[in-house]
Design a protein around this ligand. Structure first.
Ligand SMILES: [Zn+2]
Ligand SMILES: [Zn+2]
Length: 282
């Protein structure tokens, strides 16, 4: 039986909230231990939909501080607490994660005090720890997994990371948001599963044609910070992974059919290609 599993919680790319794809998040499960990567909008609801009780999230990892990856952070803390969190949940990520956590406690001070008093629960502040890191390398290790981070190019963000989870029987890599990166290829070397973000160039050109005022800025941003579906197969080949999972789709609507995403990714990769969708278990 597979002990190290991955569930895609949200496969949309960017901060626009959609019904057809939820905002970025995924969870690695080793037996009953849950390791959450990123907290897009609605992450608690997606965990519940995936059958993972929010209070069982042991460790949380944030790839970078774009809102599509962290806006649900406070909601996750609250969602875990009100559903029975009874031991410390540690959030790992680049700065200013500690300051953001303090700001969440300030923002929700009234509710947190009222709820602790009325239920007798341990104060949430005593159940949350923050481990900031600002360099690549091993960022977490326990009896189930070793988590290694690689810094990835996602300008203008300097502190953007990809994570590799080495579990007892499988290795899973989450790219986060990144342009093509040799450091990510090195991180993913020989991994069983690589979850990589993708955009579809013709759709970007189309978006630019409609919104001519923002066109050049939009295209420049996407090309400099993200990875085209035409490049991602070569990345998976270079890393020698077994399975490539496409996620963080731009566009995240259904205008690009699954077989088009898959066909473009397969052009340069002979392994298994999975077109991600919400709640898919890999
Ligand atoms: Zn993103
Ligand atoms: Zn981003």
């Amino acid at each position: 039986m597979t002990r190290t599993r991955l569930i895609l919680l949200g496969t949309n790319g960017g901060p626009v909230v959609r019904l057809d794809r939820a905002s970025p998040a995924q969870v690695v499960l080793v037996d009953d231990a849950a390791y959450l990567v990123d907290c897009g909008e609605g992450v608690v609801r997606q965990l519940v939909a995936a059958g993972v009780a929010p209070a069982t999230v042991r460790e949380l990892f944030i790839t970078h501080h774009h809102a599509d990856h962290n806006i649900g952070y406070g909601g996750l803390l609250m969602g875990a607490w009100v559903s029975g969190l009874d031991r410390v949940l540690t959030a790992h990520g680049p700065p200013p994660l500690a300051r953001m956590t303090e700001a969440f406690f300030v923002m929700n001070d009234f509710d947190l005090r009222m709820r602790a008093a009325s239920t007798g629960r341990t104060a949430l502040a005593d159940l949350v720890a923050v481990e900031e890191f600002a360099d690549p390398g091993v960022v977490f290790e326990d009896a189930c997994v070793t988590v290694t981070a690689a810094r990835v190019p996602h300008p203008p963000i300097d502190q953007a990371y990809a994570f590799r989870f080495d579990g007892p029987d499988r290795s899973i890599v989450i790219s986060g948001d990144t342009a093509r990166s040799d450091d990510l290829v090195a991180l993913a070397e020989g991994a069983d599963v690589l979850v990589h973000e993708v955009f579809y160039p013709p759709a970007i050109e189309q978006m630019a044609a409609v919104d001519t005022q923002r066109a050049s800025t939009l295209i420049e941003h996407i090309v400099a910070c993200h990875t085209s579906v035409d490049e991602v197969g070569e990345i998976a080949s270079a890393a020698g992974v077994t399975t490539l999972v496409l996620s963080h789709f731009v566009p995240g609507d259904t205008s690009v059919p699954d077989d088009v995403w898959a066909e473009r990714a397969r052009r340069r990769f002979g392994g298994e290609v999975i077109v991600g969708r919400d709640l898919l278990e890999v």
